[in-house]
Structure formats: C-alpha cells, structure tokens
Design a protein around this ligand. Sequence first.
Ligand code: SF4
Ligand code: SF4
Length: 187
Amino acid sequence: MTTQRIQENEANDTVTNALQSLHIDIDARVSAITATKADWPCRRGCDGCCHRLAQIPELTEAEWRLLQTGLKALAPDVRQDVYQKAATLSTQTPRKITCPMLDITTGSCLVYAFRPVACRTYGFYVERDKGLYCSTIEALVNEGEFFHIVWGNHDTINRRIAKLGAPRLLVDWMKIDTSTNIRKEVD
Ligand code: SF4
Ligand code: SF4
C-alpha cells in the first residue's frame, strides 16, 4: 500500500469516527427528548418531512459512504428505482422534493440506519432564530405542548458537519459512484 493510500485511509477513519460520534450525540439528544413525551410525533410511517425536502439532499463523503452501504443492501430493483428517482430530482419544484429513499407505500425510510445527519436531527434540533420543525411539531410548539423540551442546537451540528468535509448533492455522489454499476443504467 502506498504512503498516499495509507494517509487517505487514516483520513477516512478520522471522519468516520467523527460521524459516529456525531450520531451518538444526536441519538442521546433524541432519546432525552422522546423520553419526556411518550406520544412524540416522529415515528415510523410519519413521512411528511421526507415528502417535503427544501432542497436536493446534500451530504459529506463520510455520510455518503455510510448511505452507500444501505443502498447496496437493497434489492437490485429497489436500488435501481432509488437511483432513477434521484436522477430526476433536479427537475422537481423546489420545496416539494420527495426523498428518493422513501418507500412511498409504507411511509418508511429504505435506508433508515444509514440516513444522513440532517434526517437524524430534523424535528429535534433548532438553529438560532430559525426553527427546524415540520408543521406537525410547529403546531404543537405553538400550542405550548413542548414548553419543557430542551431542543438540540443545530448550529453546533453544522460546525461538526463542516469538519467532515465539503458536501455534495446526493445526485452527484450517485453519479460518481462506480462501485454499484448503476451509473450506466441511470445515464
Ligand atoms: S419531523 Fe414531522 S413529519 Fe418528520 S417524522 Fe417528525 S413529526 Fe413526522
Ligand atoms: S433518507 Fe430516509 S429519513 Fe432521510 S429524507 Fe430520505 S426517506 Fe426520509
């Protein structure tokens, strides 16, 4: 193995560890929040946020590598369908983007364990002067339901994600993904 390859592997390990650490901290915040309210609205099958993405998903290379693992585990026809839907994203109307990794029939995420950071924080974290809630949660907040919730700080998450490297659009990661042999079928 060349010195350059060894250094690349070490750099990959560092960002992978940083991503895992981020997941652990997010899981802890999510658990702390949901523990205070048994009927928390986010659950399997609640897919409003996956139907209304504000933009084409962006993710860092570490997040993409993890997501790739989930995509490769899908049945070939399902994976093919995901890639084909992703290829059409740029033609969809902004603010009405449906995530290509959503199983429309069941309302569940096809790659749940491998999903990007943004999907893990949504509904549980807020940015300064800017809520990150869906309309369901926002309505409950406005009704005073969640006055006791200690929301996660998304500004901190943004700073930690920035250390993982430059993000790319999901569709761009998929285009440069040569390992699944799907590129030829989509292009
Ligand atoms: S953020 Fe909103 S739409 Fe998404 S799972 Fe939670 S309650 Fe449902
Ligand atoms: S990756 Fe999964 S959780 Fe995230 S928006 Fe897509 S379907 Fe929803």
